[in-house]
Design a protein around this ligand. Sequence first.
Ligand code: HEM
Length: 482
Amino acid sequence: MEGSGEGSRDVVLPSRPVPGSYGVPFISAVRDRLDFFYLQGEDKYFESRAERYGSTVVRLNVPPGPFIARDPRVVALLDAKSFPVLFDVTKVEKRNVFTGTFMPSTSLTGGYRVLSYLDPSEPNHAKVKQLLFSLLASRKDAVVPAFRSNFGKLFDTVEEQIVSNGKSDFTGLNDTASFEFIGEAYFGVRPSESSALGTGGPAKAAKWLLWQICPIATLGLPMIVEEPLLHTVPLPPFLVSSDYKALFKYFSAAASKALDTAESLGLPREEACHNLLFATVFNSYGGFKRLLPGILSRLARADKKLHEKLAREIRKAVADAGGKVTLAALEKMELTKSVVWETLRVDPPVKFQYGRAKADLQIESHDASYSIKKGEMLFGYQPCATRDTRVFGPTAGQFVGDRFVGEQGRKLLKYVFWSNGPETESPSVDTKQCAGKNLVVLVGRLLLVELFLRYDTFTADVGAKVVITGVTKAATSDPSKA
Ligand code: HEM
């Protein structure tokens, strides 16, 4: 299978009980949480257990454990072959597992269980997902101009800040630009133009996100602060309710057309509005907050020859399209697309996926077959699956910008799982694959286009934030401004 992505099909794999240990109730779950966040770190946490038990399917505890999650025990899937069982909704139930072994209070989402927590067998799943598909389709032509105006402004600011301070915090600027871009692209109204939000939208959104994901996140603060504050009991929802109300006000006004569509699909307006807020602020904003700095950080550390090749490809495609950034021009940028996929492969922005076995079933890793009992919680740690050397070969752990270029490269796309499904498949109302899949890959490409139409190359310091330290303006003029 190595490097080719093709496996030998007829080999009968030995059956094996799932190895691993949950340890002593309560105590081991807390101890494992400390390993996960502070003592080992995520990657090591999973890799060391797979190594210890000689298996990529292994029993272990996942955070947060006590007191937020009732049961931290899962069967972890840590290779490219076993992981995809999580996409098969005939085999796994996806009800209330979006954030894992705990579910944030529905008071954070207007009292509703929003789409991400619904199993496709629930009637509202298809209705809400269809609403999002309709919204994205109706706003298709708004995406490129909204992205270009908001990120054009972002790079103007980057240049000013480099002149005045010698550096510019891309991660911080991206929060504002992404938030504005999404609002403008989806609803035609920049959130900063809403009197309820003003320029406070990104901060309110980040606070509301924190209330939901803090049990499984670290802010890089000392363990002694984070453990009691973030990981032991949920943060009280009332402390974020005024922020949520302000966000909701923006959506009820800006999204009125989409809410009309919702009613025609049989969804009450209010429930639809909480869903639109969640899809926009949690799914979309939460995703772009991670993905776009992630792309820059990989590029900053890549060979400068990759910058040259990207600039050449992007400028040629735009020049050939009469100087315009069109969807057809973007399709011609094979290397650009590959760089976005490679970032999504090597650093999947959403790393954890869960599903509960609907019935007794067999799961196969590359080496063995395992029996799973109905009701057991399956958990995929995506980086282990998408950096599997048995599929991606010896460079599996490295960023290789042109990995998906050409026919051979494209064969590997079925092992890119960032969207909770293979990259070769499209989301539907019957599955749990990300509703924004195509938009995400488009936006990733647009960031590269904006960057390399303006600059030949750039430098950045990469740590918890991506701080741009220098840009070399394009020697040739930007064809999109001709
Ligand atoms: C679901 C990733 C952006 C809408 C998911 C899931 C993943 C994911 C992994 C499946 C979660 C699970 O059930 O286990 C991402 C990443 C993004 C991103 C990495 C950006 C970098 C977006 C955008 C939208 C979106 C822009 C806009 C509509 C959704 C929705 C679901 C979902 C609605 C739930 C689908 C369902 O219940 O069937 N996403 N997403 N996501 N995503 Fe995204």
